[in-house]
Design a protein around this ligand. Structure first.
Ligand code: ADP
Ligand code: ASP
Ligand code: MG
Length: 458
């Protein structure tokens, strides 16, 4: 069995969906299980529609729903032609869109959006796209069958960022997916979407379809997990930021996980963990260039000083200075307990004898956190910062690499610096508007002799 996941642009047009059908056809002998994202841009539309509805802008919200209806119906017609098949598909999609319009109306009356209703709305994108893909595959002569993600991706009730329950997922996958694959069918499941034990819709967080794919891969003991996207694989930097970014032919699990956590959007940060647990290789390929090499993510990729550079903005830095000018026993514990109590995860940490600095992605609990930290010492907050990550399994062993990294960013104000305990990730905190120049300069420093774009890092 293999799990094959197609992202938003891979299903964003009828032509792209047809390309995915051919990719799946080429894998029939390996028992493909297909995971699909919403059509490109649809999740953003759904989330802003929910905001508009809750803010009382019902007309705008309903217009957004009708825009989604037109787009999905047009894609159905393009895939199946005008006729009974397209009509049947549209009548399957219609109730989902009608429910969206009703939800919008309810929200506009309530004037309030809860994470639970947000998930019910956001999940509709993948429910719609999976219907389109099943129908398109059928028309292309592939034996596809829709599987409802609510029955398989079982999670807790942390709406908008639900925690999966791997054992329950494994049991459900054995019941709902394996028999279909054994019977020569192709299960197609919407990514990103999950459900609590009571069947209430949850989602795995933005970009979560990758995570659905790796959870399913681990649950099924798949031989490979393939992430099909709009770039040629994992690159030495985001190609939207660095012109000469090169495809990395193979990269280690730990490096890929660090890159994903520090801004390489090509993979959801949680994608790697389930695959590592069961030792399943993850591949990243380009749907628009299926004959490309792609990237293989495994345990045994070459150990390079630097494999890639990533970055993200904005992040917030919180600094706490012990008032006694000395770390008293338990100081760090109390600082971290404060973040834990507020369910706010800390990304990068640097400490000195008297102070600790941490970076945060989420700041919705920041005011409460700061009030509590004030009891421990002098606190300060720096907003509009960004983090740049230089990632390589051999980074700490290479005496030259660190110096080269710091020389490359000469003149850029560094607010914080940290080398991960595993020695594979040098994180540098700079002003948010310096992240792009820093990434470009670091890329030039480490990949300057790079052959032109399109070439591959062995
Ligand atoms: P999908 O919709 O297929 O899930 P995403 O937009 O989530 O696609 O992820 C693909 C995007 O990730 C690329 O278009 C690229 O701009 C971005 N990206 C960021 N860093 C990297 C990197 N190191 N390698 C490849 N792509 C990257
Ligand atoms: N559609 C979801 C999102 O845009 C999940 C995904 O595409 O991975 O976040
Ligand atoms: Mg994605």
């Amino acid at each position: 069995m293999i799990v094959v996941k197609f992202g938003g642009t891979s299903v964003g047009t009828a032509a792209a969906i047809r390309s995915t059908a051919e990719i799946v056809r080429g894998r029939m002998s390996r028992g493909p299980v297909v995971v699909v994202s919403a059509l490109s841009g649809v999740t953003n539309v759904l989330l802003s529609m929910a905001d508009q509805a809750a803010a009382g802008k019902l007309i705008l919200a309903v217009q957004a729903v009708e825009g989604l209806r037109s787009r999905h119906f047009a894609e159905a017609e393009e895939l199946l032609g005008r006729g009974a098949a397209a009509e049947e598909l549209c009548s399957e999609m219609s109730p989902l869109l009608d429910d969206l319009a009703s939800l919008a109306e309810a929200l506009s009356i309530l004037g309030h959006l809860t994470p639970r209703s947000l998930d019910a709305i956001a999940a509709t994108g993948e429910m719609l796209s999976s219907l389109l893909v099943v129908a398109a595959y059928g028309a292309a002569g592939l034996p596809a069958e829709g599987v409802d993600a609510h029955q398989v991706i079982l999670t807790d009730a942390t709406f908008t960022k639900a925690e999966p329950r791997p054992d329950a997922i494994a049991t459900a996958a054995r019941e709902h997916i394996m028999p279909r694959v054994r019977a020569g069918r192709i299960p197609v499941i919407g990514g990103f979407v999950g459900a609590t034990g009571e069947g209430i819709t949850t989602t795995l967080g933005r970009g979560g379809s990758d995570y659905s794919a790796s959870l399913l891969g681990a649950a099924l003991g798949a031989e490979a997990i393939e992430i099909w996207t709009d770039v040629d694989g994992m690159l030495t930097a985001d190609p939207r930021v660095v012109d000469g970014a090169r495809v990395i032919e193979s990269i280690r699990f730990d490096e890929a996980a660090e890159l994903a956590s520090f801004g390489a959007k090509v993979l959801h940060p949680n994608t790697i963990a389930p695959a590592v647990r069961v030792g399943i290789p993850v591949y990243v390929y380009n749907t628009h260039n299926p004959s490309g090499t792609g990237t293989r993510i495994t345990f045994d990729a070459p150990r390079r000083p630097v494999s890639a550079i990533a970055g993200k903005t904005p992040i917030t830095v919180v600094k706490v200075r012990s008032s006694r000018m000395l770390f008293t026993p338990g100081f760090l514990r109390r600082v971290f307990e404060t973040f834990e109590r507020h369910r706010t995860s800390v990304d990068v940490v640097a400490t000195s004898e008297v102070s600790v600095s941490v970076t945060l992605d989420q700041t919705h609990r920041l005011d409460a956190i700061l009030m509590e930290l004030a009891a421990l010492g002098d606190t300060s907050v720096e907003r509009a910062r960004g983090v740049v990550a230089v990632v390589g399994a051999g980074l700490a062993d290479d005496t030259d690499a660190m110096a080269r990294a710091l020389a490359a960013i000469r003149g850029i104000h560094v607010h914080m610096l940290s080398l991960s305990a595993t020695g594979i990730n040098l994180t540098i905190i700079v002003d948010a508007d310096q992240v792009t120049p820093a990434i470009r300069r670091l890329h030039t420093a480490f990949f300057a002799d790079a052959p032109p774009r399109g070439q591959v890092l062995q």
